[in-house]
Design a protein around this ligand. Structure first.
Ligand SMILES: Nc1ncnc2c1ncn2[C@@H]1O[C@H](COP(=O)(O)OP(=O)(O)OP(=O)(O)O)[C@@H](O)[C@H]1O
Ligand SMILES: Cc1cn([C@H]2C[C@H](O)[C@@H](COP(=O)(O)O)O2)c(=O)[nH]c1=O
Length: 348
């Protein structure tokens, strides 16, 4: 006999993942979405994968570091799965249990696209490994961002500021297979995975994202047709002086960790390095902060750090490896990097 619960009896979080090839626009739109959800009172946890926990950010630094060019494909897979098992147990499930919206920059679909379609690993084995790491945690919705051009388009977007990490250096053919793998996933899981073009203005892309989430958050249907709601996304922010590109030497996208929660974290860079504000677990809670470019990898400095739990998916601000603990969550309110918490709100 099935036990029934009154509708509002148990907290019910919402788990949304953003997927796509390099430079597809995931971080940008996680940040914006997290800000708008927080403005409506939701707890938002922004995370990135690999990362989002202290262990995960350290693993990120290893797997993205161009120095580890001899890493076996099998070892690469297990690193991603280890980071995933940790973030699911340490951050995602607890956040969903308390009713938060969890926005994660990449999740298990990336492993299918990169390690199965890109590297050629066995699809059934990867599926089982994903299931083991996720322990039944499946996204309610996945936004697959696509640039529409060749793989070069996204790679250029992803690397023009901070150079390339180990995965970005894998070659155009590899990334073409990855992009095709994502599209195959969208065809196979059409209910969950929604394709959003990110080739045009960010404001238009964001409106498309909101439309694809409107069944989960009914208020988004109302704002999706209002260009003014998204206009801030098209305002160019000046680049900080001295920002340049370069190879990510020590590790690329990944360093840091921590959840980017909180307001304001700045992190940048995909790399390691811990981000700025960490919540206890490394989540960056808080609102606001962070720009989206924290470095992704060690070396690279870019995206705001995030533990990717709060506002934006996080790339920690800390340098890739460094993170203090846990980071990886892109904070909570506001900041792109941190993805953080949110509370209750309308709609879900
Ligand atoms: N419509 C768009 N939506 C999002 N980003 C865009 C768009 N058009 C151009 N961009 C630019 O693309 C670049 C990559 O965006 P972003 O860092 O959000 O992508 P990403 O998918 O998180 O990248 P990565 O694979 O490196 O994590 C940024 O410089 C962003 O300003
Ligand atoms: C989760 C996951 C990620 N990857 C790759 C995809 C990217 O090249 C990097 C992550 O860095 P980004 O800042 O999100 O671009 O790792 C992968 O190959 N497999 C995975 O499971």
């Amino acid at each position: 006999m099935t036990q029934e619960f009154p509708e509002n009896d148990a907290p019910r979080g919402i788990f949304i993942t953003f997927e796509g090839g390099e430079g597809a626009g995931k971080t940008t739109h996680i940040r914006f979405l997290s800000e708008k959800l927080r403005e409506r009172g939701r707890e938002v946890v922004c995370l990135r994968e690999p990362g989002g926990t202290g262990v995960g950010e350290e693993l990120r630094a290893v797997v993205l570091d161009p120095k580890n060019e001899n890493l076996a494909d099998e070892a690469e897979l297990l690193i991603y799965e280890a980071a995933r098992a940790q973030i699911v147990a340490e951050v995602i499930r607890p956040a969903l249990d308390r009713g938060a919206v969890v926005l994660c920059d990449r999740f298990a679909d990336s492993t299918v696209a990169y390690q199965v379609h890109g590297r050629g690993l066995d699809a059934d084995f990867v599926e089982r490994a994903n299931a083991f790491a996720c322990q039944g945690t499946v996204p309610d919705r996945t936004i697959l961002m696509v640039t529409g051009g060749t793989a070069k388009t996204g790679l250029a977007r992803a690397t023009h500021r901070n150079g390339a990490d180990r995965l970005e250096m894998a070659g155009e053919e590899f990334h073409t297979r990855v992009n095709e793998g994502f599209l195959a996933l969208a065809r196979d899981h059409a209910d969950r995975v929604r394709v959003v073009q990110s080739a045009s203005k960010k404001s238009k892309t964001a409106a498309r994202v909101f439309r694809e989430l409107a069944d989960l958050f009914p208020w988004m249907a109302d704002v999706a047709d209002d260009p003014a709601f998204f206009a801030a996304l098209d305002v160019r922010r000046p680049r900080p002086q001295g920002a340049g590109s370069g190879n990510r030497a020590g590790g690329g996208k990944g360093r840091s960790g921590g959840n980017r929660g909180g307001q304001g974290g700045s992190a940048r860079g995909k790399g390691s390095g811990g981000g700025s504000s960490h919540n206890g677990n490394g989540n960056r809670g808080g609102s606001g902060g962070g720009d989206d470019r924290a470095g992704k990898s060690a070396g690279k400095e870019r995206k705001p750090q995030t533990n990717k739990p709060s506002g934006s998916p996080g790339r920690a601000s800390t340098p890739k490896g460094a993170s203090a603990h846990g980071a990886g969550n892109l904070g909570s309110e506001g900041a792109p990097d941190a993805r953080a918490p949110r509370g209750k709100g309308q709609g879900r």
